[in-house]
Design a protein around this ligand. Structure first.
Ligand SMILES: *Cc1c(COP(=O)(O)O)cnc(C)c1O
Length: 239
């Protein structure tokens, strides 16, 4: 029975993956980019490890987990040799010790306290952890992320920390009524990204602009995203 269940879900994934790849190519083209300049990260919260490994075996090279406990439960079973694992969810400082050394990048760094703890644990473990600074681009109280007006100061402070390397920016814009509003948020992110890149600060590489999810990744790419994080459009709706 379970065998059949996954066979069906594998087929649905295969179809979704093909469609998403085509849409990424189209959006990349509109943005004047090659498809290989856009990184697809599969957001795998609540997705069983059998499905994730099928995705990896089908060519997914990056996955993102949201919850520390869930990631640890799945971690040993991931087909890790062919895929890198990142952390994309809200992270409490006291959980940093569980994921440093296991994930290649933490995408959701939004406080100096958290950055300091990642630095401390990374130093202890003798690794360098790449981080993205999450920006609360819509200034929503309910969301994490550094406020846009505090971004430069945040980056300037965080870049002096040892054993972390600031690798780019990440954002989840507000739910927007219309597309032009959404585009404004994405374009604002791109402007911060380009501005910071232009400053050529030590220990800062603006390599990744991570924005766009299932419902808006085409627009995000058109506005400058070079990494999209896609969950439900690949794996199906979460239960
Ligand atoms: C779940 C999640 C995604 C993917 O969302 P979908 O709408 O399912 O594509 C992307 N980024 C983060 C941080 C997430 O938690």
């Amino acid at each position: 029975m379970t065998e059949n269940l996954f066979t069906d879900r594998f087929a649905i994934f295969d179809e979704n993956y093909k469609k998403i790849t085509e849409r990424i190519a189209l959006a990349a083209d509109k943005a004047g980019k090659q498809i290989d300049e856009i990184t697809l990260l599969a957001a795998t919260k609540t997705v069983p490890v059998e499905m994730i490994n099928h995705a990896i075996d089908s060519g997914i090279k990056h996955i993102g987990e949201n919850r520390v406990q869930e990631m640890m439960d799945k971690y040993d079973d991931f087909h890790k040799d062919e895929c890198d694992i990142q952390f994309i969810g809200q992270l409490q400082s006291n959980k940093v010790k569980y994921i440093v050394g296991k994930v290649s990048q933490i995408q959701s760094v939004d406080s100096i306290k958290l950055a300091k703890e990642i630095s401390r644990i990374s130093k202890r473990e003798n690794v360098t952890t790449k981080i993205l600074v999450e920006v609360n681009i819509g200034k929503e109280e309910s969301k994490g992320g550094v406020m846009p007006e505090a971004l430069f100061e945040f980056i300037d402070e965080a870049r002096s920390l040892e054993n972390i390397s600031i690798n780019g920016l990440m954002a989840i814009p507000p739910i927007c009524e219309d597309e032009s509003e959404l585009r404004r948020y994405f374009l604002a992110m791109r402007e911060y990204y380009v501005d910071i890149m232009g400053k050529k600060l030590d220990n800062i590489s603006m390599n990744v602009l991570s924005m766009g999810m299932s419902d808006d990744f085409d627009i995000a790419i058109e506005c400058g995203a070079n990494m999209v994080r896609i969950g439900s459009s690949l794996f199906g709706r979460r239960a």
